[in-house]
Design a protein around this ligand. Structure first.
Ligand code: A2P
Length: 350
C-alpha cells in the first residue's frame, strides 16, 4: 500500500487555494486527510473534494497538529503568522507567498529547474513568484545549453494574480463600462477593464516595483547565478487568468532560433506554439487551465547578434502558483525529502 499524507491548504477558499484542491484530486495526490483553512470570513463554508464535503476551518492554534504538508496561499502576512507553528508541528510548509522566498535557509524551487534545492529545506520551501516561474521554465533549458548573460522581460499580467476578488472586479467593471456607468475599483487600485496599468506592488528605491525586483532576485536564486543581469517591466492587463511575457535573452555568442526551438520543443513543462503563416502564437486564453507554459515567436533580435526574442503565456494560477506547489510536494514524496533528518530547524520569522 503506498503511503499517504495529511495535507492542509491554508487559504483554501482563494483563487490559488481552489486550484490546489482541484490539482490534488486530478493528480491523485496520496492524501489520507485534507484540512481546509481560511479566515473567519469563510467560517461555515463547505468545499468538495473527491465527492466529499469538507468544512472550511478558521485557521487556529491546533490547525497544523498531525499534518505532514501545508500548502499555504493566504498572503505573506498569514504565512509569517503561522510558519513557526507549522514547522514546530512537524509539517513542511510549501509557501506561495513572498514572505520567505529570499531567506537564505528557504529553498526557492521550480522543479524543472532546481529540484535538488528542495532537499535542503528546514521546514519551509518557497514557491516563486508567478511571472518568475513561467519565465524560468522557458529560459532555463536554453541557459543550460548556452548560459544566458542578460534577460529583459515585459509582462502582461492577468487579474488572477491579485486574487479571486480581483477577477470578479474585472468582470463587474466590464459590465459597468458597457452599461455606461463609471467602473469602481475596490480590490485593484485603478479600473482594469478596458485599461491596463503598471504593476501596483510597492515601489523600491531603484525605480523598479517589488514585482519587477522579484523577477530579478528570484531568478538569480533559482538559477544559482547571483550576478545574472535581469530587468523587467510588469504590467497588469485586463485578462482574467494566464500571464504573458515578452522576453529578450542575450548570450555570449549567437543562439540560433532554430536551435532554441528544438531545445524548447523537448523541454519539460513547455509547449511550443508557433504558426507563422497564421500569425498564431501563445495567447492567455489558450494557456488558461493548461499545465504547460506556451512558448513561441522565437526569433533573432535584429538589434543584437547574440540575442533572442521570445513570447510566452502560462496559467498564473496553475504553473505560476498551485501546480508548482503541488509539484514540489510530489518531489518531496518521491525523493523522500519530506522530513529532512538531523537538520537543525531554524524557522525564519520574517
Ligand atoms: P477568506 O476567503 O476566508 O478571506 P485570494 O488570493 O484569492 O484573495 O485568496 C486568499 C486566501 O487566503 C483566501 O482563502 C482567504 O480566506 C485566505 N486568507 C486571507 N487572509 C487570511 C487570514 N488572515 N487567515 C487565514 N486565511 C486568510
Amino acid at each position: 500500500m503506498p503511503q499517504s499524507y495529511r495535507v492542509a491548504i491554508l487559504g483554501a477558499t482563494g483563487a490559488v487555494g481552489t486550484e490546489l484542491l482541484s490539482l490534488l484530486d486530478e493528480r491523485h495526490f496520496p492524501i489520507s486527510e485534507l484540512r481546509l483553512l481560511a479566515s473567519s470570513r469563510s467560517a461555515g463554508q463547505v468545499m468538495t473534494f473527491q465527492g466529499q464535503s469538507i468544512p472550511v476551518e478558521v485557521v487556529g492554534d491546533r490547525s497544523f497538529e498531525n499534518i505532514d504538508i501545508v500548502l499555504a496561499s493566504a498572503g505573506g502576512a498569514t504565512s509569517k503568522a503561522w510558519a513557526a507553528q507549522i514547522v514546530e508541528a512537524g509539517a513542511v510548509m510549501i509557501d506561495n507567498s513572498s514572505a520567505f522566498r529570499m531567506h537564505p535557509t528557504v529553498p526557492l524551487v521550480v522543479p524543472e529547474v532546481n529540484p535538488s534545492a528542495a532537499a535542503e529545506h528546514v521546514g519551509i520551501i518557497a514557491n516563486p513568484n508567478c511571472t518568475t516561474i513561467l519565465m524560468n521554465v522557458a529560459v532555463y533549458p536554453l541557459h543550460q545549453v548556452q548560459p544566458v548573460q542578460r534577460i529583459v522581460a515585459a509582462t502582461y499580467q492577468s487579474a488572477s494574480g491579485a486574487g479571486a476578488r480581483a477577477m470578479e472586479e474585472v468582470k463587474t467593471q466590464s459590465r459597468e463600462i458597457l452599461e455606461g456607468r463609471p467602473p469602481l475599483p475596490e480590490i485593484l487600485p485603478y479600473p482594469l477593464a478596458f485599461n491596463l496599468f503598471l504593476h501596483n506592488s510597492p515601489m523600491t528605491d531603484n525605480g523598479y516595483c517589488e514585482e519587477e525586483m522579484k523577477m530579478v532576485n528570484e531568478t538569480r536564486k533559482i538559477f544559482a547565478e547571483p550576478d545574472l543581469r535581469v530587468s523587467a517591466t510588469c504590467v497588469r492587463v485586463p485578462v482574467l487568468r494566464a500571464h504573458s511575457e515578452a522576453i529578450n535573452l542575450e548570450f555570449a555568442q549567437p543562439f540560433h532560433p532554430e536551435q532554441a526551438r528544438d531545445i524548447l520543443s523537448k523541454a519539460p513543462s513547455v509547449k511550443l506554439v508557433e504558426d507563422w503563416q497564421a500569425n498564431y502564437f501563445p495567447m492567455p486564453m489558450d494557456a488558461t487551465g493548461r499545465d504547460e507554459v506556451l512558448v513561441g515567436r522565437i526569433r533573432q533580435d535584429i538589434s543584437h547578434p547574440n540575442a533572442l526574442e521570445l513570447w510566452l503565456c502560462g496559467d498564473q494560477i496553475r504553473k505560476g502558483a498551485a501546480l508548482n506547489a503541488v509539484q514540489i510536494a510530489e518531489l518531496l514524496i518521491e525523493k523522500n525529502w519530506l522530513r529532512p533528518a538531523e537538520r537543525a530547524i531554524a524557522t525564519p520569522r520574517s
